[in-house]
Design a binder for this molecule. Structure first.
Ligand code: ASP
Length: 320
């Protein structure tokens, strides 16, 4: 993490579009760097010059609390000039296309662009058109790589490793880019991943993802090291996927009784925002086994690591 030139290259690619493109070594190196940033963040003097002179733009077409603010903080802690594009007040509302917006932003010569968009593939499209490094902060149902990285870091801090850790991902897997990126990352790192949820909310051909598929919460939770709850993504449900919220809670909600089936020291995660009383009881979300707030803390550290890693590549390119 020392400042200046000659820092080791962490990521092979110019962009971070998804976990699918990351190797075990790249994931490990990013998590190691994020761990250093996590310790730094707990100190008082935590402002660095690593990204001084770099322009970092956040372009969010979908609402975000945690991701946008943590990218902003990450960029600022590394000394970048950070600009948040407010889509609501931009020409996007006048019908400007994604590519026109991208070209306008490109003319401002940013170094790092963080994008969240409702369409799968939006980040990849921008990466083809922009001259800066692009980071996917969530594209439709597709991927949310920094969420999976921060989840992995949180698990590693509690279990010391990812290999052979049993992670049960519960709920609306089908619409969740968080689940998709987590499945890719955790299986690649040798974790045992179980998924469980109502049939219509499971992805088609789920077994092909290298996970164990369950149709009832109880066996899926049995002996789990990590219980990862997902939000019921009501905004992505165009048809009736669940009979009623009450039914959903009855069969799929995480309550104290069900949590007892997991290992005694199992941790409970949720990417947020939570539907309390629907997929998770408040007593668990705020209880001793919840690491939900730590996930948010690790979000800043992981995003610092990603920004730093991509900026290193830009510097190497510029020097070549
Ligand atoms: N915040 C996460 C995402 O953007 C999870 C969610 O919205 O449920 O995908």
């Amino acid at each position: 993490m020392a400042e200046g030139a000659g820092k080791p290259r962490i990521l092979k690619g110019r962009h971070l579009l998804g976990v699918a493109e990351l190797s075990i070594d790249e994931i490990t190196a990013l998590l190691d760097l994020a761990e250093e940033y996590a310790s730094l963040a707990r100190r008082r003097d935590r402002k660095l010059n690593t990204l001084r002179g770099h322009t970092h733009i956040n372009l969010f077409f979908e609402p975000s609390t945690r991701t946008q603010s943590s990218f902003e903080l990450a960029g600022k802690r590394l000394g970048a000039d950070v600009m948040n594009m407010s889509v609501k007040t931009s020409s996007v509302t006048k019908g400007e296309t994604l590519l026109d917006t991208a070209q306008t932003l490109n003319a401002m010569r940013p170094d790092l662009l963080v994008i969240r968009h409702q369409h799968s593939g939006a980040a990849e499209l921008l990466a083809q058109k922009m001259s800066c490094a692009v980071i996917n902060a969530g594209d439709g149902w597709h991927e949310h790589p920094t969420q999976a990285l921060l989840d992995a870091l949180t698990i590693r801090r509690h279990r010391g490793k990812l290999e052979n850790v049993t992670v049960t991902i519960c709920g609306d897997i089908r619409h969740s880019r968080v689940a998709r990126s987590n499945i890719l990352l955790l299986t690649r790192m040798g974790a045992r991943v179980r998924i469980v949820g109502p049939g219509p909310l499971l992805p088609p051909n789920a077994e092909r993802l290298g996970v164990e598929v369950y149709h009832r919460m109880e066996p899926a939770l049995e002996g789990a090291d990590v219980v990862m709850m997902l939000r019921l993504q009501k905004e992505r449900m165009d048809g009736a996927y669940i009979p009623s919220e009450r039914e959903y809670y009855r069969f799929w909600g995480l309550n104290e009784e069900r949590l007892k089936l997991a290992k005694e020291n199992a941790i409970v995660m949720h990417p947020g925002p939570m539907n309390r009383g629907l997929e998770i009881d408040s007593s668990i979300a705020d209880g001793p086994r919840s690491v939900i707030r730590e996930q948010v803390e690790m979000g800043v550290a992981v995003r610092m690591a990603v920004l730093d890693a991509l900026a290193r590549n830009l510097e190497t390119e510029a020097a070549a």
